[in-house]
Design a binder for this molecule. Structure first.
Ligand code: FEO
Length: 172
């Protein structure tokens, strides 16, 4: 049976992952309505990924005899200056999520809940991967600058990344 302190800390993370999904959905909508279909596809896929991160935590809490809870969310940002602004915000948000996963991991250590700590390793690794992907995209955006042809190709590349990504699964 999961301890109440761990359960409520996971429920806070469930909220953050749900917000992440809505934030990336909002960014995808901006991209789609501002001429970046590839970036939109990439961010729609990211929104699905975050929903999967949320769901994986929901199943975990319930499987351990706790109860997952949903909380009220604020509206995500919906106005962005340009594509660079969008991905800088993604990077900042992912860094915030990494810090929150680390805090959650610390709760499990303090509570000597090593099972949950082990479960969270998946999230720790996922954050390394996501921050690395976003850093690569930001490098490319900086390289292209405001050059329209370069931006067109970058958008196509983001679309190809979205198409090649495996479908998110909460049981993976
Ligand atoms: Fe689920 Fe990218 O944080």
């Amino acid at each position: 049976m999961i301890k109440k302190t761990v359960e409520s800390a996971i429920n806070e993370q469930i909220k953050r992952e749900e917000f992440s999904s809505r934030l990336y959905l909002s960014m995808a909508i901006w991209c789609e309505s501002n001429g970046y279909p590839g970036a939109a596809a990439f961010l729609y896929r990211q929104a699905d990924e975050e929903r999967m991160h949320q769901l994986k935590l929901v199943h975990y809490v319930n499987d351990r005899g706790g109860k997952a809870a949903l909380m009220a969310l604020t509206s995500p940002e919906s106005h962005f200056d340009n594509l660079s602004h969008v991905f800088k915000q993604v990077m900042e948000h992912e860094q915030y999520i990494t810090a929150s996963i680390n805090d959650l991991y610390e709760v499990t250590l303090n509570e000597k809940d090593y099972t949950t700590g082990s479960f969270l390793q998946w999230y720790i690794n996922e954050q390394i991967e996501e921050e690395s992907t976003m850093a690569t995209i930001l490098d490319k955006i900086n390289l292209v600058g405001t050059e329209k042809g370069g931006m067109f190709h970058l958008d196509k590349e983001l679309g190809a990344m979205a198409a090649a990504a495996p479908a998110p699964s909460a049981t993976a």
